[in-house]
Design a protein around this ligand. Sequence first.
Ligand code: ADP
Ligand code: GN1
Ligand code: MG
Length: 356
Amino acid sequence: MQNAIYRFKLDGTPVRCKTYGCGHINRTYLVCTDAGRQYILQRINGAVFPDPEGLMENVTAVIDFLEKKTDDPRGCLRLNPTVDGRMFWDDGKGNIWRLFDFVGDGICLQAPETLDDFYQSAIAFGTFQNQLADFPAETLHETIPNFHNTPDRYRKLRRALAADKLGRAKQVQPEIDFVLAREEEAGALQRMRDSGELPTRVTHNDTKLNNVMLDARTRKALCVIDLDTVMPGLAAYDFGDSIRFGAATAAEDEKDLSKMEMSMDAFETFTRGFLEACPGLTEREKQTLPLGAKIMTLECGVRFLTDYLEGDVYFAVHRPEHNLDRARTQFKLVADMERKWDAMAAAVARLSREME
Ligand code: ADP
Ligand code: GN1
Ligand code: MG
């Protein structure tokens, strides 16, 4: 990490560097210099991203594009070059490093503290998608192929189950039954994408609340971060993944499942913000938003369960059953969405009408 930091052009000399944030994927450090500047230094997870150079081409192009759409220095993520003018440093040991400006006086929440926090995240992700509406999607690398291809996620689960490397399969039969009972519906978005019924857009694809920065004082949306998964996708992915995380009444890894529900208030609040910030959605896209919430939640549960069966090789874990706990919360949320399904669809239809 020390080696990496000196490869970048810095304002001042680094005086402090510590691990930072709660991401599941990359290694993130906060760097402070004697000139009072703060930076985010990150090592990209090479096991997750097979083509980090292609990924950095995406991130650089998206940032260049977004920078032209905002005057606010904190209005988009900003990259800093290396001393030899490149946007990342390859340490020769298979690791790619990059340096972002630290978004100062910003906050990044693990759960909304108020409904308005969640509304602001909807504004941030909706604006992000809207600003990228005229970005040439075909120039983007697919940084993780089939990222939100839900049938493919099921195939990978089946493979992990058959291999059962750690003998964990016998513990998870109720979870397996739950996901298999929903397999047909889980493929609905992918089928609509393949048939061209839904337009392909440039999407973020990992729209957790902790991938948005809010202003610490005003608590208004500043910018979207964690751009590694920006790829062509569906509006329902970004909407759905936000609901999965931010409309949940408990943390993603809560052990007490009785605490886990989907808040209808939060669902409506996010829907309002997303539709306001992203007004170009087609009627069909709007109709698929509740399905996005359900499928993204189910898919994420399938991914946690697969990682549990494979021995926790993908998501960072902090206890032995961490991925299993995470999978269970997701399935509990899906079950709750099924109970609230009619209300979710009605809310989207009503809010869309109100905005016409
Ligand atoms: P991961 O892919 O591991 O989730 P992120 O890019 O989301 O990595 O970074 C992890 C955390 O670091 C974020 O949730 C946020 O708290 C913090 N972070 C990342 N980039 C910045 C930034 N530019 N300014 C302030 N905080 C940041
Ligand atoms: C990961 O990188 P992070 O922590 O924002 C994951 C998402 C999952 C999420 C579950 C590249 O997000 O897809 O939904 O964990 N990101 C990647 O918390 O796989
Ligand atoms: Mg993140």
